[in-house]
Design a binder for this molecule. Structure first.
Ligand SMILES: C[S@@+](CC[C@H](N)C(=O)[O-])C[C@H]1O[C@@H](n2cnc3c(N)ncnc32)[C@H](O)[C@@H]1O
Length: 387
């Protein structure tokens, strides 16, 4: 594969940190748009991005892009592509389409027409057609429509990349792995800096931080859709994979601390840390966060507090926030505290001056990352930028 075009979708708000990550992996021609990053690179970059990206949801290979006016234009665009060169007719497919400002009436109909075009093209070339499997397809095809342009992608990831193949048990409302990794990047946390998640739930921040600190590639324990494509270069992939394994740091206890008020979710965190090979690397304990003291003189606290749905829960949280603010003032000077939440009342009720309020989306839900710098000896506003 020579230079090709790719698109990596990600949770909205993480485009800039994803662009940095892809640049570091060797991508060129990087452009960020709402919800993702387009870039150019070769097959090796495609494999590296799948294996190493902590923030992308998928790596999509752009196979066609053209202006369109009607449904038939999109059928032709898909029919004209050499699908049989890319994958075997015996593999099952699934087509998904997203559209922004498209004048076409039915996205479902476009989805069907793209599927028809792929099958018709296969029939012409092989007399056979691939089966459709919407639950566990071998090959995913994506269509994206703007007001006047249609783009087709072949997915190279398979299961979304936030499925690391590691998390076994869920706590209460666990955050997606790539969102957690992106929040860690936005917080400015670097491996080596002490990290505390005092509401750790199933341990997602702890696991992502542990993987980063030990240089463990997030995709080292799963398979990828590119392995099923005809252009799969097994020797190239093996080289990239073995290089990643060789770069892992030896496991040792790290200054990464997690706690939660619930013993039940801590059990889930323990299982997940063990599945990620991080048991003994991260320290876990049961505690109400209001009883905690800082484990080290300086560090980074990152958490996503519970999200209150019912009225009683809202009252509980409204009572918790000012106490949380007091705790930070009294016991966490020298620390930066970052709270990821959809509850915008936190900012008012915590009674601290935020140094950053970063808009982020958890799926369709608008959230914020509130950043507080607990400066020793004063409560003045801190304007230092977040990486
Ligand atoms: C939204 S969940 C965190 C999810 C976590 N980030 C994950 O990915 O699994 C909020 C967590 O806060 C915990 N929690 C609520 N009140 C607490 C308190 N006062 N002290 C410590 N933990 C608390 C809950 O038990 C729950 O696990």
């Amino acid at each position: 594969m020579t230079q090709q075009q790719f698109f990596a979708p990600c949770p909205r708000g993480l485009e800039a940190v994803l662009a940095d990550e892809l640049t570091a992996l060797g991508a060129s021609g990087i452009q960020t748009v709402d919800g993702g990053v387009s870039f150019a690179g070769d097959l090796a970059l495609c494999y590296r991005a799948n294996l190493h990206s902590r923030i992308a949801s998928r790596i999509l290979w752009r196979v066609a892009e053209a202006p369109y006016r009607k449904e038939e234009d999109i059928y032709q665009l898909a029919f004209n592509l050499p699908w049989a060169e890319w994958f075997d007719v015996g593999l099952s497919i699934r087509v998904d389409v997203n559209a922004i400002n498209s004048p076409l009436k039915s996205i479902d109909f476009i989805t069907l027409r793209i599927k028809d075009a792929v099958c018709d093209r296969f029939r012409v070339e092989t007399t056979l057609r691939p089966d459709v499997n919407t639950r566990e397809p071998d090959v995913r095809i994506y269509g994206f429509l703007t007001a006047d342009r249609a783009t087709l992608y072949l997915d190279t990831s398979g299961d979304p990349l936030f499925k690391r193949g590691l998390r076994k048990s869920h706590g209460e409302a666990p955050i997606r792995e790539n969102l957690a990794a992106g929040i860690l990047r936005l917080s400015g946390w670097e491996p080596g800096t002490p990290l505390l998640d005092p509401m750790c739930g199933a341990g997602t921040f702890l696991i992502e931080a542990g993987l980063m600190a030990l240089n463990i590639a997030p995709g080292s324990d799963r398979w990828f859709a590119f392995e099923k494509l005809k252009n799969f270069d097994a020797a190239l992939w093996e080289g990239i994979y073995n290089q990643a394994l060789a770069a892992e740091k030896p496991k040792e206890p790290l200054p990464i601390y997690g706690s939660d008020i619930s013993n039940v979710v801590l059990e889930a965190a323990r299982e997940n840390l063990a599945a990620a090979g991080l048991y003994g690397v991260v320290e876990l304990k049961q505690a109400d966060l209001l009883d905690l003291s800082a484990p080290t003189p300086a560090g980074m606290l990152v958490a996503n507090p519970p999200y209150a749905v019912r009225l009683g829960e809202q009252a509980e949280l409204a009572a918790l926030y000012p106490k949380l603010g007091d705790l930070l003032k009294q016991k966490f000077t020298g620390w930066r505290a970052c709270f990821f939440t959809a509850d915008l009342t936190l900012a008012k009720l915590i009674r601290l001056q935020a140094s950053r309020r970063i808009p982020l989306y958890n799926g369709p839900l608008e959230c914020r990352l509130f950043v507080y710098d607990m400066v020793a000896g004063s409560r003045r506003r801190v304007k230092e930028p977040v990486a």
